[in-house]
Design a protein around this ligand. Structure first.
Ligand SMILES: NC(=O)c1ccc[n+]([C@@H]2O[C@H](COP(=O)([O-])OP(=O)(O)OC[C@H]3O[C@@H](n4cnc5c(N)ncnc54)[C@H](OP(=O)(O)O)[C@@H]3O)[C@@H](O)[C@H]2O)c1
Length: 482
């Protein structure tokens, strides 16, 4: 793919990007970061990549960028490759823009917008709020308004094509085969859906909820709660503490109401959450402007750990399967899903490669309107199989960490027992039992476990596993049966 040789019909990435100016949004995110570093390392022919970052938590865009370049493992291959010359290479290729996609003109100064309109060949719009139940205002601002402002820039520029990163879950709650196509004004279960009208209604609902939360009756009720909370804490400066607590409660109540509003609207129209609802709205609105854009939409499934780039297994996503894999190593042992359902994950470096390919096709005028980037079509992994693999991974992890654990246990030469804390409840929290749901004999869960850290002769810490005779204590994580 990154080979510099080309034939007439083949796609040469390097030739396509040579001398081209690209704008990237979402560069601080999981996907954007990998795309940026891959481009910088593997497609040095690109003339420039303008990176739009917003200021955050008292850090300017530049400070955030520097922190990311120096601290994120995604940049390790670049540091290795360029060594001391990395900073100058970066400066020759990357220009930083302090902006926010949810603001008109992306929050940029007029002269910056003029330059972009003149220079850009491609906009890679990767910014988005990847939160499933956010405050509806934030989701609309980043996912819908953000996409429209980026489209404004593309439409008003001399030649910039727009690659919009969406998600294949805009399809919503539907079963069976779903065509890989985009439909204007699409909603999974609503007939005669009108996206601009829905946007209007959503904004009206937001305004109504905000007004309700400003009503004196609502504030008076929250004040009572605030007073009760402060009294319970016994704070000295009561007046100030109540004001602070009231503000916190108001913020929290409004956020919750707006999050519920997003979830309800999404569910009514057939989407599983506010994220997919707003991403789909953005697609619908983009399609209405298709005539003024050179547009391609890329829809990945669940973006997951890399195969190769920036390194095998790298993952930074909080919304993918990594948290699922993590919690399955704790006392959560059930995934509420049909075991045969496809668990469509796609490595982040594959997604980044697809973005590059589609970007190149777009600039050459050869791109389709929509591309799906997933694995189920040819390499399906079911939820059941994913659960098995996660269990195997945990088992392997505990097996390999068992040797050092054994040394530790022998060195202490005291049998480990459930912590006193665990005695008050049925949940055991001792070192040995943290991996099980319940301990059948809290405080005395010493059973004879032949694989114990102390050897078969001495009692070890094991647990009665509520569901069967399989021991899952750390020593027995290999699945030893008692
Ligand atoms: N991760 C997945 O599994 C997955 C699957 C399918 C599709 N996608 C799509 O892929 C894209 C990237 O996802 P990701 O996983 O990389 O998400 P991520 O790690 O949460 O990153 C989101 C990026 O968007 C930026 N952003 C959000 N709102 C912004 C705003 N108002 N102005 C400027 N930047 C803003 C964030 O910047 P800050 O750092 O300033 O917040 C961050 O760089 C999204 O469009 C998402 O819908 C992701």
């Amino acid at each position: 793919m990154f080979d510099s040789t080309s034939t007439t019909d083949a796609l040469s990435i390097r030739e396509s990007f040579a001398g081209k100016h690209v704008l990237l949004t979402g560069a601080s995110g999981f996907v954007g970061k990998v795309w940026l570093t891959m481009m910088l390392e593997l497609v040095p022919e690109v003339a420039s990549i303008r990176v739009l970052l917003r200021r955050k938590a008292l850090l300017t865009a530049r400070e955030r960028f520097e922190k990311m370049v120096n601290g994120s493992p995604a940049f390790a291959p670049l540091h290795e490759r360029f060594g001391a010359g990395f900073a100058s290479y970066l400066m020759s290729k990357v220009q930083l823009l302090d902006g926010d996609v949810s603001e008109p003109n992306l929050g940029l100064a007029t002269h910056e917008v003029m330059t972009l309109r003149r220079d850009l060949d491609l906009i890679v719009h990767c910014a988005g709020l990847v939160d499933f139940d956010p405050d509806l205002r934030k989701a609309l601002a980043s996912n819908v308004d953000g996409t429209m402002y980026v489209a404004d820039l593309a439409a008003s520029s001399q030649r910039a094509a727009l690659l919009h990163i969406s998600t294949c879950y805009v399809a919503g709650k539907r079963y069976g085969r779903i065509a890989e196509e985009v439909q204007p004004d699409f909603a999974p279960i609503a007939k005669n859906f009108d996206a601009p009208r829905e946007l209007e209604l959503a904004r009206a609902a937001i305004a109504r909820i905000c007004a309700e939360h400003d009503r004196p009756e609502h504030i008076a009720k929250l004040r009572l709660d605030a007073e009760a909370n402060v009294s319970a804490k016994g704070v000295a400066d009561r007046g100030r503490a109540i004001q602070g607590e009231l503000r916190r409660l108001q913020r929290e109540a409004l956020r919750q109401a707006l999050s519920d509003e997003g979830t309800t609207r999404a569910a009514k129209l057939g989407w599983p959450n506010t994220y997919t609802y707003t991403k789909s709205l953005a697609e619908s609105l983009l399609l209405r402007r298709k005539h003024e854009l050179r547009l391609a939409i890329l829809r990945p499934s669940i973006v997951e750990s890399s195969v190769r780039y920036p390194m095998p297994g790298w993952n930074e996503s909080f919304n993918g399967s990594a948290p699922l894999a993590y919690v399955m190593g704790t006392w959560f042992r059930a995934i509420p899903a049909r075991p045969g359902a496809p668990f469509d994950v796609i490595p982040v470096d594959h997604v980044a490669q697809a973005m590059t390919n589609v970007g190149a096709l777009l600039m050459q005028g050869r791109a389709q309107l929509v591309y799906h980037v997933g694995s189920s079509d040819r390499n399906v992994c079911s939820v059941g199989r994913a659960a098995e693999l996660i269990v195997l991974a945990h088992r392997q992890y505990y097996r390999s960490s068992y040797a050092s654990y054994r040394v530790f246990a022998i060195a202490r030469s005291t049998p480990m027992r459930c912590s006193p804390r665990s005695r008050s409840s049925s949940a055991c929290t001792c070192r040995s039992c943290t991996r099980v749901t319940t301990c059948s004999r809290p405080g005395r869960c010493v059973a004879s476990c032949p694989s114990s850290p102390n050897g078969a002769s001495s009692p070890s810490v094991s647990t009665g596993v509520a569901t069967g005779s399989r021991c899952t204590c750390r020593a027995c994580a290999a699945g030893h049966s008692l």
